[in-house]
Design a protein around this ligand. Structure first.
Ligand SMILES: [Zn+2]
Length: 159
């Protein structure tokens, strides 16, 4: 068996009047990410971690933001597509570990729903998806509530 680890990172600016979607779940808040798709940092960073581990490039290669069909797209679709590519290359998702960095609102209470949504998109048990939340201690753009960021490590195996 071989094991491969990939990392992913994403950041989106937050603006008033946009929907805040994280891990496929819409959270009640007055600001949301600016982006070509729904701006889901967790889904995007996870996608990049999976592509990285599998040696499949990055999210921009597969879903260019110049493509009209991805405008406003539900980012879970990106994960479903990534999973298909992993299957083709015979990779199994062993574990996902993520840190979402956001000043407000609190993410923890929404983690069970996010894990379920991400697990469904990737056809893996929610137990394989571990989520953590951090604030940026009031420092920098994320700390001022102007942005949301996410880091993800994904572990794949192949036989
Ligand atoms: Zn993104």
């Amino acid at each position: 068996m071989s094991v491969r680890v990939g990392i992913g990172y994403d950041l989106h600016r937050l603006e008033t009047g946009r929907k805040l979607i994280v891990g496929g779940i819409e959270l009640p808040f007055d600001k949301g990410p600016v982006g070509h798709s729904d701006g889901d940092v967790l889904a995007h960073a996870l996608c990049d971690a999976l592509f990285g581990a599998a040696g499949l490039g990055d999210i921009g290669t597969h879903f260019p933001d110049t493509e009209p069909k991805w405008k406003g797209a539900n980012s879970l679709v990106f994960l479903e597509h990534a999973k298909k590519l992993l299957d083709e290359k015979r990779f199994t998702i062993e574990h996902v570990d993520a840190v979402v960095i956001l000043e407000r609102p609190k993410l923890g209470p929404h983690f069970p729903k996010m894990r379920k949504a991400l697990g469904k998109a990737l056809s893996v048990a929610a137990e394989k998806i571990h989520l953590k939340a951090k604030t940026n201690e009031g420092v920098d753009a994320v700390g001022r509530g102007e942005a949301i960021a996410c880091h993800v490590a994904a572990t794949l195996s192949s036989y």
